[in-house]
Structure formats: C-alpha cells, structure tokens
Design a protein around this ligand. Structure first.
Ligand SMILES: Nc1nc2c(ncn2[C@@H]2O[C@H](COP(=O)(O)OP(=O)(O)OP(=O)(O)O)[C@@H](O)[C@H]2O)c(=O)[nH]1
Length: 427
C-alpha cells in the first residue's frame, strides 16, 4: 500500500467529514451540469474544431517545488463539454521521499518510505449541462448513457457554508476564511462540483503547509540533544521510540533518557520502545530529579560518543506551573554540559485535541523554545484540519506525523499528500 493510500485511509474520518459536507453543500442549490471525467475519457475520439478555453495560470498559488507545467490547449471530442477540468501533466516524481529527519548531504540515508503521488493541480471553470452519447465501444460494453455531475454557483451563501465546513474539520476560523477566500478568487459566480472544490481547497491547504514541511535537522555536533515535550498522553514516548528506530536505521547511534521519573509505568513503556528500536534507555529511580537524570544522560552520551540523545519528559499540562518550571530546569542543566543544547525541542501534539493544540503551542513556545512539531494520532480523528491552522498561525516546522501505534507509523510530513488525504481526493 502506498504511503498516500495509507495516509488517506487513516485520515478517513477527517476526509469523510469534509466529503459528506461538500456533497450536501453542492446539492443544496446545485444543478446537474456537465459530465464525469471518467466518462469523458471513454468518449473522447472525435477532435473538436475549437480548442477548450485555457484556464488562467495562477503562479502565485502553486506550491514552489511543484510548479504548474504550462497548460496547452487540447482539441476536445465533438460532444465533450468544453470546460471539464483536464488532467495536467505531473512533474517527475522524486526517487525517494524525505525521512522525518534531515541528514547532511554527505551521509546518504536509506529512506523507508514509498514514492509520493502528487495532487494533480487543475483549474476549474464552469461547465455547461450537456448530454453525451457513449461511443460505440461504450454502448457495446453497456456503459451508462450519461453520467452527470452536480455543480453549484459559488456565491456568498456557498462560501459561508464552505467556511463552516472547514471550521468543523478544526481548521479554525481565520484559516478557514483564508482557504475559502483564496479558492473563491476569480471564481465567484462560477459553477463548481464537489471534486473541483476539493481540488481547489487541497491546493490552498498545500500552499499553506508547504513552508512548514521540514524534516528534523541533524547537526554535526554530537551528541545532538533532542528534548521532547508535550502534554500528558500526546504521544511523546511513542514518538521517541519511532524516531529512535528511524535514526538507528539511518546509521546513527542513539541514547534515550527516560526523563519522566514520576511514573514507573512511563519508564517501563520507554524501555519497551528502546528494545523495539534497539536503542539503550537511561533511567533513574522513581521520583528522582529529571534534571539530574538529563545531566547524567548527557555525560554518558558524550562518553559513549552517541550521535543523538533523546530526552523524554513528563507530560505536563500548560497550567501546572511547577512542572513547567521543572522543564526549564532540565534545559538549564543540560546547557552546563553544552551551551548550545538542546539542539531540537520537539513539541508532540495530539491531533484529537483539535484547536486546543494551538494554546499548547503558545504555552510551550514561551517555556521551551520549541523548534519543531510532531503531530500524532492523525489516524482515526476528524480533526486533522488543526494542522493547517497550526501551520497558518505559527509557521513552526512540522517534522513528522504519527498515523498509528506501530514503530513505522511515523511519516515525514508531505503537504500535498496531506492536503489530498484531508480533502478525500483520489490521486
Ligand atoms: N492511533 C495512534 N495512537 C498513538 C499515536 N501516537 C501515540 N499513540 C498512542 O497514544 C497513547 C499515549 O502515547 P504515549 O507515547 O504514552 O504518550 P506520552 O506523551 O508519552 O504520555 P505521558 O507519558 O502520559 O505524558 C498510547 O496509547 C499510544 O499508543 C499515533 O500516531 N496514532
């Protein structure tokens, strides 16, 4: 199964929510208009004298690494409605997709991910209602005489409904307004189908997410200290286990420090992950000072020549001042060993908390100088839109996303795949 299919099937709840909502919105006031794309392909054959109108190129909305190829007018078959979106050529695929970590150029890394599939970027213009007769082969195979698609005129009412739909998918008010406004630009008063709206929205979402999709950087300095923070149960321990396994597979020597010294169960859980990843876990007696464990772990990591030291911390709610101060102490103490540490402070966020993730980022940013985000539990939640909201509001790098509880269920963040999966697009 490709990563996209995996992501899509796991983001099912978010995408089906948007899917169903869009169907209802377009049905509400829409009318049958034009034909389905699949049917167009089957019936194409007789070239039309006049080329289709060329959709206006919009370079400003195209995410940078995937520029729109030039669109060439194609002769259309006789009976085809002229404005049905045409497939655009897709830029060549990279051989490998980036891992959630960024390796220095001279250290090539085996990347355990499959090749991504891009969202075909299409423009959309109004299609007139028209009846299409199937070709000879279509008739012979008993294909349907006509398959129509419902389109609705994009007006204020529809825009408002679209905005509300995105808000229910946890995109937040401002981001939802931004996405709908951008998709409406130049299209107000035109008729759009569900598929066309999905593609336009996916393009806007990908454009917002593009600048924040960055693998976690790896530095020459060793041990590179990665401090992992977040509220209780957000998925810190699981993420450390998954990341450690990927670093190890990339040839790095990794040490984990079990900084949640308050809960014996948390330490045991980390030890299990350490075993799975084949990475040593340094622990301290229950109730001991986590800052002191961090200091000892730094010493051991330095002595053993480890490349990375990943420090787990106790889950803390933003309103627990004592725990927040303890986190600041951990940072102060490890800086005694290396004043540039921690080199990465990863904030792990649970997608199921929805908009609450925004206030978590604000609080942790003040306290711990967050350098990047990992969003967990994107599988099985209808709140995947929160990631768009986070990207729009904070612009913090999103290094990886958690899409399950298994060791390899941590994927690099790919904005186009994510946008397509969120919108329930077939690519
Ligand atoms: N479905 C799913 N579950 C996840 C994911 N990441 C973590 N979990 C689950 O979330 C629960 C909490 O994960 P932990 O890694 O223990 O979270 P934590 O932040 O270390 O928790 P505390 O130690 O209480 O602060 C566990 O049951 C994990 O299996 C994910 O990406 N998808």
């Amino acid at each position: 199964m490709s990563l996209f299919s995996k992501l899509k099937s796991r983001l099912m709840k978010s995408s089906s929510k948007i899917d169903e909502g869009l169907e209802a919105i377009v049905e509400d006031g829409g009318a049958e208009s034009g034909i389905e794309e699949a049917f167009v392909e089957e019936t194409s054959g007789t070239p039309k004298a006049e080329p289709a109108p060329v959709p206006e190129p919009e370079p400003e909305v195209v995410p940078e690494p995937h520029p729109d190829p030039e669109i060439v007018p194609q002769p259309l078959p006789e009976d085809q409605p002229v404005d049905v979106p045409q497939e655009l050529p897709v830029a060549p695929e990279p051989d490998v997709r980036p891992a959630p970590v960024e390796m220095p150029a001279e250290q090539p890394t085996e990347v355990p991910f499959e090749i991504p599939t891009e969202i075909p970027v299409e423009d959309v213009i109004e299609a007139p209602a028209e009846t299409v007769k199937p070709g000879f082969l279509g008739r012979l195979l008993g294909r349907k005489e006509q398959k129509t698609v419902t389109r609705r005129v994009l007006d204020d009412d529809m825009l408002e409904q679209l905005e509300e739909l995105l808000i229910t998918a946890d995109m937040g008010v401002e981001t939802s307004m931004r996405v709908t406004a951008a998709m409406a630009e130049g299209r107000y008063g035109k008729k759009l189908s569900v598929e066309e709206i999905k593609r336009l929205m996916a393009r806007e979402v990908a454009r917002i997410m593009e600048p924040v999709a960055k693998p976690m950087p790896l530095y020459r300095k060793t041990p590179q200290v990665v401090l992992v923070v977040g509220v209780n149960g957000s998925g810190k321990t699981t993420t450390i286990g998954k990341l450690a396994s990927q670093f190890k597979a990339a040839g790095k020597s990794v040490v984990i420090a079990a900084g949640d010294t308050f809960r014996a169960a948390a330490v045991e859980q980390l030890q299990v992950w350490g075993e799975r990843a084949g990475v040593p876990v340094l622990t301290a007696p229950e109730g001991s000072d986590p800052a002191s464990l961090a200091f000892d772990a730094m010493t051991k990591a330095q002595e053993s020549g480890a490349d990375l030291l990943m420090i787990d911390t106790a889950g803390r709610l933003q309103n627990r001042q004592d725990l927040m101060e303890e986190l600041a102490k951990i940072v102060r103490v490890i800086r005694k060993k290396d004043e540039t540490a921690p080199h990465n402070t990863l904030l792990v966020l649970d997608a199921t908390t929805g908009q609450n993730a925004l206030s978590q980022v604000e609080t942790f940013q003040k306290l711990a100088d967050v350098s990047g985000l990992v969003m967990t539990k994107l599988d099985g939640t209808a709140r995947g839109g929160v990631l768009v909201s986070l990207a729009d509001k904070f612009g913090l790098p999103i290094h990886a996303i958690g899409v399950g509880e298994q060791i390899d269920d941590l994927a690099p963040f790919d904005p186009e795949e994510f946008a397509a999966a969120l919108m329930g697009l077939e690519v």
